[in-house]
Design a protein around this ligand. Sequence first.
Ligand SMILES: [Zn+2]
Ligand SMILES: [Zn+2]
Length: 442
Amino acid sequence: MTKAELKQRVNAAIDRRAEEIIGLGEQIRKTPELGFKEVKTARLVEETFGKLGLAAKSGLALTGVRADVPGRAGDGPSFALLGELDALVVTGHPVADPQTGAAHACGHNAQVAGLLGAAMGLLDGQAFDHLAGRVVFFAVPAEEYGDVEWRVAQARAGKLEFLGGKPELLRLGHFDDVDLSMMIHMTSRPEDGKTGVPASNNGCIVKTVRYVGKASHAGGAPHMGVNALYAAHIGLAAVNAIRETFRDEDTIRVHPIITHGGSQVNVIPGEVRLETYVRGRTVEAILDANKKVDRAFRAGALALGAKVEIETLPGYMPMTCDATMARMYRDNMVPVVGEEHYRQIGHRTGSTDMGDLSMVMPVLHPYMGGATGSGHGADYQIVDQQLAYLGTAKALAAMAIDLLGDGAAGARQVLKAAKPPMTREQYLAFQRGIARREVYEG
Ligand SMILES: [Zn+2]
Ligand SMILES: [Zn+2]
């Protein structure tokens, strides 16, 4: 059987399960959960694997679920197909969880539906008779790096070390036996066409900033206080003032939020807390911008005579997609979507922890259309279920066939050409080296 015939059989199997796959994507869309708390979504994934006869491991990095299926056509590399479980808090999103505010405004529900659909198609289509090596179906937690205070508390309690899903899975060794991996992210940008592969993505580091002043009576004795909110205000203004020193080609993004702005209105704020990312195209650019950002935050403390505690946390590494896998993906997708709807996407300024995996193995992170609105916006929605849910399933399955068919010749070709920049140990040492805490008395 040729790869093309096998893909046809698998696609037909996915089409037979269309209603079920779309149903899973919609069910997850309506049950949005924040990173490392994706309990219901993880359970649904585990149950679905169970119905397919797969024994899954669950609770990996708190909520990850992994099921392995060996090929029956010989030994070969392990290829992981990933789907991200988590949602994020977006004010005003119409399908938000009323308690947590979580909403699937990044389309991760379609990733998981695609992952489960690919498993169904490959199993129903008896593809594993023709594949060598192993497919690892992996639903992974916490790609969106938010909810930082809660995650820091989990780390202090010893439940996490890294605060993003894939870095934590890497640390715990759940990718040690995986040789190459891919996932497909949704896109709502018309310029991305129906699908395409990006050249690269920004990396980031994450910071929490705590200004400590002195509380006092805001009406009766403001001169007795030290206003932490004004200190923060000056720190934020200083961050804005350094933006013009960032070079366009470094695509720096710094976007702080205030998570605590004061205790109550008749008290001079004694404590104000911020969070921010510092994103950029290269590690060097991120570290350079980070130094300036720290200096800017100190300025607020200096001006008011407050104290600032700056905690710098490992974020995500810049991502580069593997060129051989990107070529295979293009060859698969151009006949499906048409040349005019396929895109070679340029550098993207968002960050993803797929970048962390790209440090230690060849990865592919294409984008798939079918969504409209603004990513992370209240108007974000999936409008083309065929493309977003079923198209993703078929594209993942086709890549498994290309890489692991013919005795896994495709995967071997990828691995021969790829030169991941770090070993797992080097990656962990680098990320641990990012972590630091500074206390500056202004
Ligand atoms: Zn996102
Ligand atoms: Zn996302």
